[in-house]
Design a protein around this ligand. Structure first.
Ligand code: ADP
Ligand code: ASP
Ligand code: MG
Length: 406
C-alpha cells in the first residue's frame, strides 16, 4: 500500500466544522486504498494569539518557554481531528512531537528537524490507524519542546513524508495550487500545473508563503513528490517536480514579493578598504542576515553612501549594532526605512534568455516606480521599491512577462 502524507493548514482546520471536512478528505484517500498520515497546523489565528501572550509576558521569541506556549495550537487540532476521524469510523490517534519523537536541534523559535523516528508511526499505520501529527513542533537534544519557525508545518509534513518513504506529500491549503503570483493581489494570476523545485525554492524564499522555504529545500533534497492543492475542492493542484519533467520553460514563471524588508543607508561613510568588513562583520556576529547591498558612487572620492537590507524583525538590532560602531565607521548619518517591498521575478528560463532584467526595469519605469536596490542571481531578479507600489508593480510585471490568465 502506498503511503500518502496529507497536511492541512490553519484555515483548513479553522473550526470543528472544517476539521470534520478534513476527516472526510482523509477518509476518501484511505478508501482509495492508501495508508494515510496527517500533519496539521493550529487553527487560523491561534499561533498569532499565542505569540502575543508570550510577548505580553515578556518572553523572547527564541526561548524554550516561547516554544512551550506556541506549540500548543497544534495539540488542539490533532486531538480534534483524531476524534472526528473516529466518529466516521476511521481508526486514528493523535501524537505530539516528543512522543514520535521528531528530533530537532536546540534553536528555539526556528529549530531544524534532524531526524524523525518512524517506529511508532509505522506501528500505528500497520495497525490500520491514521497517525495525526502536529506540525511545527519537535523536541530538542535537551528534551525541550521546539518550534520550527512560522509556516513550519509544511516542513514537518515533508519531513514525515520523506521519513516514511511516502509516495506523495499533499499540502492542502486555501488556494488550489501555486500561482504565477499571489492570487490575492493579482486576480489574473494563473495556476501552474507544475513548478520546478528550484523555482519553488526561490518563490518561497522571496516571499510566496504558500510553502515554507525549508519544506521545499527538504523535498528537493529527498526527492519527495510534493503537491499543493485546495482543501475546498477536488481539482488537481500544483506538482513540484524536477526540471526535466517540464517540457516548455517560460522566461519568467513567477513573481514573488516580500514586505518583510527594511533598508538601512549609511550616509557619507569613508570610501576606503575595510569599511564593508567593518560594517557587515558585526552584523554577522549578531546573526543578522544582510540581503541586498548597494554602494553609491562616491561624489568626492572620500566618502560614499552604502545601502543594505535586513528583515523588518532585525531592523532595530541592526541599527543598534551599527550605531555602536559609529566612532569607528565615521558615517555622517544613518537612515532607515521599513516601508519598502522586495519584488522578484523568477524563472529557470532566464538562464537561456537575455533581457529579463531590462524588461523589469522598463516596466517599473513606465509606471513611475523608482528602484532603490537591485540584486540578481541565475534564476531571479529582485528590486526594492516603496511599499505603496506593491500591487501596481506586481500587476504591471505580471502583464509584462505575459503571465496573465486569458
Ligand atoms: P496555510 O495556512 O494553509 O499554511 P498559508 O497562508 O501559509 O496557508 O499559504 C497560502 C497563501 O499563500 C494563500 O492564501 C496566498 O495568499 C499566498 N500566496 C502567496 N504567493 C502565492 C502563490 N504564488 N501561489 C499561491 N498562493 C500564494
Ligand atoms: N501554526 C504555525 C504557524 O502559524 C505553523 C504553521 O501553520 O505552519 O506559523
Ligand atoms: Mg503556511
Amino acid at each position: 500500500m502506498a503511503i500518502i502524507v496529507q497536511k492541512f493548514g490553519g484555515t483548513s482546520v479553522a473550526d470543528v466544522n472544517r476539521i470534520r471536512a478534513v476527516a472526510e478528505t482523509v477518509k476518501r484517500e484511505r478508501d482509495a486504498g492508501n495508508q494515510v498520515a496527517v500533519v496539521l497546523s493550529a487553527m487560523a489565528g491561534v499561533t498569532d494569539q499565542l505569540v502575543g501572550y508570550v510577548a505580553d509576558a515578556g518572553g523572547r521569541s527564541h526561548s524554550p518557554e516561547h516554544d512551550t506556549v506556541v506549540a500548543t495550537g497544534e495539540q488542539v487540532t490533532v486531538g480534534l481531528l483524531a476524534l472526528c476521524l473516529e466518529n466516521i469510523g476511521v481508526p486514528a490517534r493523535s501524537w505530539l512531537g516528543w512522543q514520535i519523537p521528531v528530533h530537532t536541534d536546540g534553536v528555539h523559535g526556528k529549530a531544524r528537524i534532524e531526524k524523525i523516528d518512524t517506529d511508532a508511526l509505522e506501528q500505528c499505520l500497520n495497525a490500520g490507524q491514521v497517525p495525526v501529527i502536529p506540525g511545527f513542533q519537535g523536541i530538542s537534544p535537551e528534551g525541550r519542546i521546539t518550534t520550527l519557525g512560522r509556516g513550519g508545518s509544511d516542513t514537518s509534513a515533508v519531513a514525515v513524508a520523506a521519513a516514511l518513504g511516502a509516495e506523495r506529500c499533499d499540502i492542502y491549503t486555501d488556494v488550489d495550487g501555486v500561482y504565477t503570483t499571489d492570487p490575492r493581489i493579482v486576480s489574473s494570476a494563473r495556476k501552474m500545473e507544475k513548478i520546478t523545485y528550484e523555482e519553488m525554492l526561490e518563490m518561497a524564499s522571496l516571499g510566496a508563503k504558500v510553502l515554507q522555504t525549508r519544506a521545499v529545500e527538504l523535498a528537493m533534497k529527498s526527492n519527495q513528490r510534493l503537491q499543493v492543492r485546495s482543501s475546498y475542492s477536488d481539482v488537481p493542484g500544483t506538482l513540484v517536480v524536477d526540471e526535466d519533467e517540464i517540457v516548455e520553460q517560460e522566461m519568467v514563471s513567477g513573481i514573488a514579493y516580500s514586505r518583510d524588508e527594511a533598508k538601512i543607508t549609511l550616509v557619507q561613510v569613508a570610501d576606503k578598504p575595510g569599511v564593508a568588513a567593518a560594517i557587515f562583520g558585526p552584523l554577522a556576529e549578531a546573526s543578522i542576515n544582510v540581503d541586498m547591498i548597494v554602494q553609491n558612487v562616491s561624489a568626492d572620492g572620500q566618502t560614499t553612501d552604502l545601502t543594505f537590507t535586513v528583515t523588518e524583525a532585525d531592523l532595530e538590532r541592526a541599527v543598534e549594532t551599527i550605531a555602536a560602531k559609529r566612532d569607528e565607521l565615521e558615517y555622517a548619518d544613518l537612515v532607515s526605512d521599513s516601508k519598502v517591498v522586495k519584488v522578484s521575478v523568477i524563472g529557470v528560463g532566464m538562464r537561456s534568455h537575455a533581457g529579463v532584467a531590462q524588461r523589469m526595469f522598463e516596466t517599473l519605469a513606465e509606471k513611475g516606480i523608482n528602484i532603490q536596490v537591485i540584486s540578481t542571481s541565475e534564476i531571479k531578479v529582485s528590486v526594492l521599491v516603496a511599499e505603496e507600489y506593491t500591487e501596481l508593480a506586481l500587476r504591471a510585471l505580471h502583464t509584462a512577462y505575459g503571465l496573465d490568465a486569458e
